[in-house]
Design a binder for this molecule. Structure first.
Ligand SMILES: NC(=O)c1ccc[n+]([C@@H]2O[C@H](COP(=O)([O-])OP(=O)(O)OC[C@H]3O[C@@H](n4cnc5c(N)ncnc54)[C@H](O)[C@@H]3O)[C@@H](O)[C@H]2O)c1
Ligand SMILES: [Zn+2]
Length: 353
């Protein structure tokens, strides 16, 4: 930390389930750098991503005499990173913070780009843009991550390939679809909960480069940062209609990407095989690719219209101009989206029967 010009005092914020494995080496390396360190353990889970928890971080900072030159360190997943970043943005009107992401999602997505915040009456409705001084992802921490969490991170990596980098997408296909089929393995390694070190490195390195470049060009989402929403307008609607427990964010995004590709084909922008390839890749890692049974298409449509980006009854959707190329659209006829949702929900009901 001293190497990046950070202070002499730090508070490391973590969860017991993460700290148990990874806190000791973090403490040791900070101590070796001459940094005085305090620790705050917070309960894990999206429901704790709220202002009351941020107050605990501020209180720990004051109690441990963290001053303007101090640093807050987030050791955990995206929930913790978003909260600690927000706490740092406001503490003494802004102090340094460091992200040590330990979920694949945090490594490939949430730790990059400086969006911080909490849930307040709605998801992520209160927050700040506040860039970390340092992000350090240790791929070895993925060893203890539950398989379902790993898959959710993979959904965002697949998204990065689909919107920005055909080469990444095809390398994922080779590793996760073609190689396992050739070798007769039924499920790709990550569907079973492991990623080979090479694949983990590819996912994290490329995602950070790709998302980092988009954010550097458009931090406040005036333009191309919206590309990162591919699959998310459908996905957020699914999450809210299905309940956040039934469908994790990455799972909803996987279904959302498949639906967005289908819509692209209906609009005439995209070959139908793009949907097939996206669905095959997501399925290979154990992500869902269909709307779950029992979802009401009208409720889904209503949820989509609530999206922050909807204008005059037409959602603003990020779709694909081709595999590896995103585009933002706001001219899809509402009836086309409603028909697609009705079919997708009926398909989900049939598959569940
Ligand atoms: N800021 C952004 O740009 C951005 C982007 C995407 C998502 N997000 C946010 O990220 C959050 C989701 O993050 P997440 O998916 O990392 O979930 P999370 O932070 O809730 O972590 C998932 C679970 O895994 C546990 N865990 C973390 N690392 C572990 C490890 N190495 N071994 C064992 N268990 C571990 C956590 O304690 C937690 O129970 C959401 O709140 C979302 O809004 C933010
Ligand atoms: Zn996402």
């Amino acid at each position: 930390m001293r190497g990046v010009g950070l202070g002499r005092r730090a508070v490391v914020v973590t969860h017991p389930g993460v700290g148990r494995h990874y806190l000791a080496p973090v403490m040791a390396s900070l101590a070796a750098a001459g940094v005085e360190v305090g620790v705050l353990n917070l309960p894990a889970g999206e429901r704790y991503k709220r202002l009351a928890t941020v107050e605990k971080i501020w209180a720990a900072g004051l109690e441990q005499r963290l001053d303007r030159g101090g640093v807050l360190v987030a050791l955990g997943g995206g929930v913790l990173g978003d909260m600690v970043g927000f706490a740092a943005a406001c503490y003494y009107r802004g102090i340094s913070f460091v992200q040590l992401p330990t979920t694949l999602l945090a490594m490939v997505d949430s730790s990059v780009g400086g969006k911080t915040g909490v849930n307040f009456q709605g998801k992520n409705l209160v927050g700040a843009f506040w860039q970390p001084r340092l992000v350090l992802a240790d791929l070895d921490t993925l060893a203890t991550l539950p398989a379902r969490e790993l898959r959710c991170g993979l959904a965002e990596v697949i998204k990065h390939g689909a919107i920005l980098d055909l080469d990444l997408f095809e390398r994922l296909e080779r590793a996760l679809v073609e190689a396992p089929t050739r070798t007769g393995l039924r499920l790709a390694a990550c569907a079973r909960g492991t990623l080979t070190p090479d694949l983990a490195r590819l996912c994290v390195e490329r995602s950070c480069q790709l998302k980092g470049a988009v954010v550097a060009a458009d931090e406040r989402e005036a333009g191309q940062r919206a590309w990162l929403n591919f699959g998310h307008t459908f996905g957020h609607a699914l999450e809210s209609v299905c309940g956040y427990r039934r469908l994790r964010h990455g799972e909803a995004v996987a279904v959302g990407m498949v639906l967005a590709a289908r819509l692209g084909a209906r609009r005439g922008d995209l070959a139908p095989e793009v949907e097939t390839r996206l669905a095959r890749l997501c399925a290979a890692v154990g992500l869902p690719v269909r709307v779950p049974g029992g979802v009401d298409p009208q409720a889904l449509w209503a949820a989509m219209l609530k999206d922050k980006k909807t204008r005059d009854g037409t959602p603003r959707l990020t779709l694909l101009a081709g595999l590896g190329r995103a585009m933002v659209t706001d001219d899809t006829p509402a009836a086309m989206i409603e028909n697609l949702l009705a079919e997708a929900c009926a398909e989900g009901n049939d598959a569940d029967r």
